[in-house]
Ligand binder design. Structure first.
Ligand code: PMM
Length: 285
C-alpha cells in the first residue's frame, strides 16, 4: 500500500477519522447547521477537540437529487472556513469536484483534496491536484447527484467498482498525480443501493488490494436507516443512525480502512483506537 503524506499524530498505526463540516443549506444530515461561517469554523474546531485527525470542508451538497451550486458560491462558502481552520493548525481537506475550488482551498491551507467524482466532473482536477502535491481522494462515481440513482446498476458491484476505480487511477497518474497522493473510496450511496453498499464494505480487503489507502464514508447514510427500519418499514432517521455508523467504523477499521469520514467524531475516534488495539494484540499472537 502507498503511504499518503498525512500521518497520525504520535505515529500510531490506526485508521484516521475525518470529521465533516458541510457548509451547505441542504446536505443530507446536517444541511443548514454549519452554513454560517462562524458556526462552521467553531464546529470544525470542536470536531478536532473530539479527536478528528482531518476536517473535511464542503460547500456543495451531494445528496441524491441535489442541484449544483455555482463556482462563486462554492468558493465563498469554503475558502474562509478553510483559511480559519488551517490558521488554527487543523489538517483540512476540501470536499469539491471543481479544480478551481481545490486550487483555492490548497492556497488557503487545505492539505487534502476530496473529490467525490474522482476527477470525472472537472477534467482539470487531476492536473491541479498533481501541481499541489497534496493527497487526493479519488471516489467511485458515475455521475452527478440529480440522477445518480438511475446509475446504480451492476452485475457484480465489487468487480465493477474495482475496475472503474483502476481506470480512474490510471487516468490521474497519466495526468501527473503521484502514486503517493492517491486515496481510493468506493463511494457508498453514490449510484449504489443498500445491497451494493454492504457488498463494498464486505470487500474492503479486496478493494485494498488495489494498493492504495481506502477512505470509507458510511456516516448517517440512508442504507443504515433502511437496515434499522421500524417493523412497519419506516427507515430510522439519520439522527438515530450514529450508533450504526460507529459499528461500521469499527468493522471498517479492522478490515483495513485508512480513514473513515463521519459526522459525529467522538465515539468514532474511540472506535478506531479500539480497532487498532485489537489489531496490535492479534499481530503479537
Ligand atoms: N459522502 C458524502 C460527501 N462526501 N466524500 C467521500 N470521500 N466519501 C463519501 O462517502 C462522501 C464524501 C455525502 O455525505 P454527507 O452529505 O452526508 O456529508
Amino acid at each position: 500500500m502507498t503511504s499518503v503524506p498525512i500521518n497520525v499524530p504520535g505515529g500510531a498505526e490506526r485508521c484516521l477519522v475525518m470529521g465533516v463540516v458541510n457548509v451547505t443549506p441542504d446536505s443530507f444530515s446536517d444541511g443548514g447547521l454549519w452554513f454560517d461561517e462562524a458556526a462552521a469554523i467553531s464546529h470544525g474546531l470542536e470536531l478536532v477537540g473530539e479527536g478528528a485527525d482531518i476536517v473535511d470542508v464542503g460547500g456543495e451538497s451531494t445528496r441524491p437529487g441535489a442541484a449544483r451550486v455555482s463556482l462563486e458560491e462554492e468558493l465563498a462558502r469554503v475558502v474562509p472556513v478553510i483559511s480559519a481552520l488551517a490558521a488554527e493548525g487543523v489538517t483540512v481537506s476540501v470536499d469539491t469536484m471543481r479544480a478551481e475550488v481545490a486550487r483555492a482551498a490548497v492556497e488557503a491551507g487545505a492539505r487534502l483534496v476530496n473529490d467525490v467524482s474522482g476527477g470525472l466532473a472537472d477534467p482539470e482536477m487531476p492536473r491541479v491536484v498533481a501541481a499541489t502535491g497534496v493527497p487526493y481522494v479519488v471516489m467511485h462515481w458515475r455521475g452527478h447527484s440529480h440522477d445518480m440513482e438511475t446509475r446504480a446498476v451492476y452485475t457484480d458491484v465489487v468487480t465493477e467498482v474495482r475496475e472503474e476505480l483502476s481506470k480512474r487511477v490510471n487516468l490521474v497518474l497519466a495526468e501527473g498525480v503521484a502514486e503517493e497522493q492517491i486515496v481510493l473510496d468506493p463511494g457508498l450511496g453514490f449510484a449504489k443501493t443498500a445491497e451494493h453498499n454492504w457488498a463494498l464494505l464486505a470487500a474492503i480487503p479486496q478493494l485494498a488490494e488495489l494498493g492504495y489507502p481506502l477512505l470509507i464514508g458510511a456516516s448517517r447514510k440512508r442504507f443504515l436507516g433502511r437496515l434499522l427500519a421500524a417493523p412497519d418499514g419506516t427507515p430510522r432517521p439519520f439522527s438515530r443512525s450514529d450508533d450504526a455508523t460507529l459499528a461500521v467504523t469499527a468493522l471498517a477499521a479492522h478490515a483495513g480502512a485508512w480513514c473513515v469520514r463521519v459526522h459525529e467524531v467522538g465515539p468514532n475516534a474511540d472506535a478506531v483506537r479500539v480497532a487498532a488495539a485489537w489489531k496490535r494484540a492479534g499481530a503479537g499472537t
